[in-house]
Design a protein around this ligand. Structure first.
Ligand SMILES: Cc1cc2nc3c(=O)[nH]c(=O)nc-3n(C[C@H](O)[C@H](O)[C@H](O)COP(=O)(O)OP(=O)(O)OC[C@H]3O[C@@H](n4cnc5c(N)ncnc54)[C@H](O)[C@@H]3O)c2cc1C
Length: 344
């Protein structure tokens, strides 16, 4: 749905507010705008909407695990379609009055009057007191023919997500990343038949030794492509014509956070260029929060959801503190009668 205004800030939204305080009731002003409607963003929105905050979720609709038909290791949803789970989440969030906006956020800007302007790619702008970045990350896959089409199916990254489904099968780990040797040692937990195929990463002598000690074969590449039969992975084909038959390929992609919307706001980043947050998801800039894969590449869906919930708790407390301070100042100034609950 659309509940946005354009640059002129003359929004004419429906004004449906569930908040009890703070956020204005105009159609484009929110207590919180959540950017990203994956597990992290939707769980943050659910908690905030149930805390009677006026919330909008802007989502571009491309969760990281969308290529996978099944999601695992999410209690009560093990084996479900990731997109179906998010659909349930969207309905739950809407039930409490949160507004879902299909779109992409280009930029968040500090508003001169306080809070933030959240600028969407079509030019629309939402105003928010606080913003939660829950935009996930991008997996950069090696350019190997046949690989991308199998990503999330027979080409995998996380054994905690899909290792069990390929247990005891012949598995290949592609050597494409400094962590690939460690990934092969990990994958060995799920199958005794693991081959490390080096695709340009190279191996230090100690890594070779460790792989050998765990019974992991090493095959020198480079890889020419992945071959499929009837839509399923058949083998890794090497440039010299050899084939390594396998049921699944694991690889460690290069990952970059989808955090460009916060560029220019001066949030602290770590030495790898990832946003720094406290345990509740606060960035170094007041009012800006970040959760899920946008700040933690290791977060599974349930972890991202938990981070969203934790941030929502802390964020609501911060808003209550702000509102209490404001009301106290007004009260002391004698300008406003406190709104007392009726005596029982
Ligand atoms: C192939 C694969 C399979 C996986 N399988 C599992 C599994 O079985 N179990 C499991 O627990 N985890 C699995 N994961 C990990 C899982 O995908 C992540 O843990 C989870 O998606 C993180 O949730 P998130 O909310 O942080 O980000 P995401 O789910 O990626 O959601 C981010 C959302 O933000 C949107 N977005 C991005 N930028 C913008 C923007 N500028 N404006 C508006 N919206 C934006 C995106 O379109 C997306 O909808 C898998 C990952 C991969 C790669």
């Amino acid at each position: 749905m659309s509940d946005t205004h354009n640059d002129t800030h003359d929004g004419t939204g429906d004004g449906m507010g569930t908040g009890t305080d703070g956020g204005t009731r105009e159609g484009t002003s929110y207590d919180v705008v959540v950017i990203g409607g994956g597990a992290g963003g939707l769980n943050a929105a659910l908690v905030l909407a149930r805390a009677r905050r006026r919330v909008a979720v802007v989502d571009a609709g491309q969760p990281r695990n969308a290529p996978s038909p099944h999601m695992h290791s999410f209690l009560s949803r093990d084996g479900a379609s990731p997109l179906a789970v998010l659909e349930i989440g969207r309905a739950e969030v809407e039930r409490y009055g949160a507004v879902l906006v299909d779109g992409r956020v280009d930029q968040v800007e500090a508003a001169p009057e306080g809070g933030y302007h959240v600028r969407l790619d079509g030019g629309a702008v939402l105003d928010a007191r606080h913003v939660v970045l829950a935009t996930g990350l991008r997996d950069h896959l090696p350019d190997i023919p046949g690989l991308r089409a199998l990503w999330g199916g027979d080409v995998l990254f996380c054994p905690y997500c899909h290792g069990y489904e390929v247990r005891d099968r012949p598995l290949v780990v592609l050597g494409v990343h400094p962590f690939s040797a460690g990934q092969a040692l990990l994958i060995r937990q799920w199958s005794a038949d693991v081959t490390y195929v080096d695709h340009g990463q190279g191996l230090a002598e100690e890594e070779r030794e460790r792989l050998a000690a765990r019974g992991i074969r090493v095959v020198e590449g480079p890889v020419a492509g992945l071959t499929s039969r009837d839509g399923a992975l058949h083998a890794v084909e090497l440039a010299d014509g050899r084939e390594v038959p396998c049921a699944a390929v694991f690889l460690f992609p290069v990952m970059t956070p989808n955090d460009a919307a916060f560029d220019g706001l001066g949030c602290e980043k770590d030495e790898r260029g990832w946003l720094v947050t406290d345990r509740a998801g606060r960035t170094s800039r007041p009012g800006l929060w970040a959760v899920g894969n946008a700040v933690d590449s290791r977060a599974q869906a349930v972890t991202a959801a938990g981070m969203g919930a934790a941030a929502a708790f802390a964020l609501n407390h911060d808003l209550v503190d702000e509102e209490s301070e404001r009301d106290l100042a007004r009260y002391r100034a004698g300008g406003v009668e406190p709104a007392l609950a009726p005596a029982p």
